[in-house]
Unconditional design. Structure first.
Length: 94
């Protein structure tokens, strides 16, 4: 089996909490960076919110880390909206 280096792309989700915060994030920077990985053909295989950004937002808002991570996945399209991560191309379960 050959190993393939995945292309990675970082993007910032400006208001990742949007509908998840119940107003607790007013005045708090809730931007969260997410890392996306792609196969050489361009197919996305993973998306993951940056831990430090999620931890910062969780501390600032009092929300759980898991809630913030899920909100970031929902905001970037990495979740199906029900708390389940999407499967990309049948390759990986995120």
């Amino acid at each position: 089996m050959d190993r393939v280096a995945l292309f990675r792309k970082f993007e910032t989700i400006p208001n990742a909490l949007n509908a998840h915060d119940g107003g607790v994030a007013d005045g708090v920077d809730t931007s969260i960076r997410v890392k996306r990985a792609f196969l050489p053909g361009g197919q996305q295989v993973t998306v993951k919110p940056e831990f430090e950004d999620c931890a910062r937002v969780a501390r600032a808002t009092g929300l759980s880390l898991k809630t913030v991570q899920q909100a970031a996945l929902d905001a970037c399209g990495g979740s199906d909206g029900s708390g389940n991560r999407k499967t990309y191309g049948g390759l990986f379960k995120l």
